[in-house]
Design a protein around this ligand. Structure first.
Ligand SMILES: Nc1ncnc2c1ncn2[C@@H]1O[C@H](COP(=O)(O)OP(=O)(O)OP(=O)(O)O)[C@@H](O)[C@H]1O
Length: 256
């Protein structure tokens, strides 16, 4: 797995430049955190990375192939390898479907994929879904529930099971813990950390919360007003030459 973002620039209008010459790369099994305050360009970057938003300047290359939002066939291949988890799992789970059906969506879209980590042979679709739900700590009796019958943390677990079902090589998480209680945040972060190791996945974890990012990621990129102002490995987080903005984020999160 290799993702290279080079000189990515995104303007919404003459006056709003959401991303300015953003460059970084993610390699096999690497977890990169992208941190910044509201308006720094995080969501724009997430949408572009998932092929949901266009861009004119710069390039994104995944395993040597350029990823442009208009190339549908390439995007389909890309999405098989790159799965995502968003802040608001309510809007990504179909309210009309019981969760066991939602969890199977990627496997239904990519019928050629057989997950190596669950038993599929001789199992009904529902039994496969239940295995996926159990993997993230949900019980089989939850399978028939609808999204509104689950807590925020439980819905996020469903999103994780769904994203992992097709064994992506890269998982992009956009503020996945932002709307959860602190204790539930920790449970979800631990779950992601375990899976990162089990699946040898690379992760891009986008968050305003430098504590969450520091818990999960080996490398941190700090975004401010659309530009990368700092980039460092987690062991260097308290170095004196950190950018003043990074230091302010650390102070605000009280992890000094
Ligand atoms: N569709 C859009 N049209 C015009 N401007 C936009 C659009 N989406 C975002 N912007 C602007 O681009 C900049 C970056 O926004 P973005 O949503 O990427 O930031 P963010 O870091 O994700 O913020 P938040 O954490 O509040 O979601 C902001 O100035 C925002 O107002």
């Amino acid at each position: 797995m290799s993702l290279i973002v080079d000189g990515l620039t995104k303007s919404y209008s003459k006056h709003v430049q959401a991303l300015k010459h953003v460059s970084f790369s993610v390699s096999e099994r690497e977890s990169i955190g992208i941190v910044g305050e509201s308006g720094s360009g995080k969501s724009t970057l997430a949408k572009i990375l998932l092929g949901l938003e266009t861009y004119k300047e710069g390039s994104i290359t995944f395993n040597g192939e350029p990823i442009a939002p208009k190339k549908r066939a390439l995007l389909r291949q890309y999405r098989k390898n790159v799965q995502m988890i968003f802040q608001d799992s309510t809007s990504t789970l179909n309210p009309k479907l019981p969760i066991w059906r939602s969890v199977l969506e990627p496997l239904d879209n990519y019928k050629e994929v057989t997950p190596s980590f669950i038993e599929v042979e001789g199992k009904s679709r529902k039994e496969v879904a239940v295995q996926l739900l159990e993997m993230v700590g949900l019980t089989s009796e939850m399978a028939d529930r609808y999204p509104w019958e689950l807590s925020g943390g439980q819905k996020q677990r469903v999103s994780i099971a769904r994203a992992l079902s097709i064994e992506p090589s890269l998982l992009v998480c956009d503020e996945p813990t932002a709307s959860l209680d602190v204790t539930v945040q920790m449970l979800i972060l631990n779950l992601l950390k375990d899976f990162k190791e089990t699946f040898n996945m690379s992760i891009i974890f986008i968050s305003h919360d430098i504590r969450a990012v520091a818990f999960l990621c080996e490398k941190i990129i700090v975004l401010k007003d659309g530009s990368i102002v700092d980039e460092f490995r987690i062991e260097d987080i308290y170095d004196n030459d950190r950018h003043p903005y990074t230091k302010a984020l650390i102070r605000a999160a009280s992890i000094e």
